[in-house]
Write a protein that binds this ligand. Sequence first.
Ligand code: AP5
Ligand code: MG
Length: 217
Amino acid sequence: MHFVVLMGGPGAGKGTQARLLQAALGLPQVASGDLFREHFANNTELGKLARRYVDRGDLVPDEVTIAMIKERLSRLDNAGGAILDGFPRTIAQAEDLDLLLANMNERISVVPYIHVDSDILLKRLAGRWTCRAEGHVYHDFFSPPKMPGICDVDGSELYQRDDDTEETQRRRIDVYFRQTAPLLDYYREKELLVEIDGERSIDDIQRDLVEVIRSVA
Ligand code: AP5
Ligand code: MG
């Protein structure tokens, strides 16, 4: 099994790349942000609890997030592993993930870090559109859909996320540098971190990611 942890700031392209990797390698994308948004759509208790954190751009408390991921990983069946997108985001989450995987006799294969400067992160978030049905991502300039407002893949409506206001975007980037960036050292020390230049085309980044993941497979 292969467990890949995709790291990168808000707007670095984790979701974009995780979806492509899912298609290229057959590993399912497990995205904590998407799971929270599913809970919002289904109006669950967990969703109600998480909403105020997500809307502000703050991290949802570790115990809630870890429980949600644990439940998702328990349903992987014979998927062959997963591409983790947006989880872990704190040292406590990373330590719990190590334990969770150890209980499954598994470990993280590699941690690609998609590196993008914060001014570019803001530009990417500002023009982002997300598909209502499956979370496919587009951008006004960098990756426009064929028909404005419609997903190329499944024809569903494109919307702008509630946490994509300028204020919340800045907050998310700030929270990322304060709370999540320390994880880079955590994985560097374990010799799992591989830095990828994220300020290139989506295709070039994807090519590097596939190569990095295949090299540990
Ligand atoms: P989450 O949904 O994970 O948001 P995020 O980390 O802020 O990351 P994004 O989804 O905004 O960016 P991305 O890297 O996926 O970029 P994308 O591919 O969309 O989390 C949302 C919230 O949930 C958090 O704020 C928090 O509250 C909560 N949460 C989630 N996980 C949590 C956890 N573990 N613990 C606690 N709380 C948690 O790309 C962005 C744009 O750029 C798109 O428009 C895309 O088309 C474009 N683009 C992508 N790649 C390129 C490229 N190479 N060149 C040009 N444009 C590109
Ligand atoms: Mg994302």
